[in-house]
Design a protein around this ligand. Structure first.
Ligand SMILES: Cc1cc2nc3c(=O)[nH]c(=O)nc-3n(C[C@H](O)[C@H](O)[C@H](O)COP(=O)(O)O)c2cc1C
Length: 119
């Protein structure tokens, strides 16, 4: 399991996480391409994403490039199971319930951690 902890910056992953992904998600490191297609060169089966954002994004929101980027980039190397605990709506001007949203995400994260512990 790979745990990624990062906030949303400019609708996507922070540049430093993207820089790390660019190093790690490279041919010969975590995948290889042959006539048979893409093959993962790793043992990672699952990603747990712990994230937060000022705004709130529905699944199909075209502005949402954070979870979409993680799913696309890691899906390419055959890590397709991504679970997220997301404290969205953290901008207190727009979201009066930002504290509740954060607490909900913390509970979700605990649930994911329990799930991990029990498998
Ligand atoms: C450089 C920067 C860019 C940000 N871009 C976004 C954004 O595009 N969408 C959004 O909802 N929140 C955005 N935020 C808000 C952060 O996601 C939010 O502050 C963070 O998730 C909450 O964690 P914190 O308590 O560490 O600030 C941005 C924050 C910073 C500093």
């Amino acid at each position: 399991v790979l745990v990624i902890t990062a906030p949303m910056w400019n609708f996507s992953v922070p540049a430093i996480l993207k820089a790390w992904m660019d190093q790690v998600l490279s041919p010969g490191a975590t995948f290889e391409i042959s006539a048979q297609g893409v093959k993962g060169l790793h043992h990672i089966k699952k990603i747990i994403l712990l994230t937060s954002s000022g705004g709130s994004y529905q699944k199909s929101d075209p502005k949402e490039h954070l979870l979409a980027e993680i799913k696309t980039a890691f899906g390419f190397v055959k890590i397709e199971n991504v679970e997220a605990a997301w404290a969205d709506g953290q901008n207190t001007f727009f979201f009066k319930d930002s504290k509740e949203r954060k607490n909900r995400a913390i509970e979700e994260a605990k649930g994911l951690s329990d799930e991990l512990y029990n498998t």
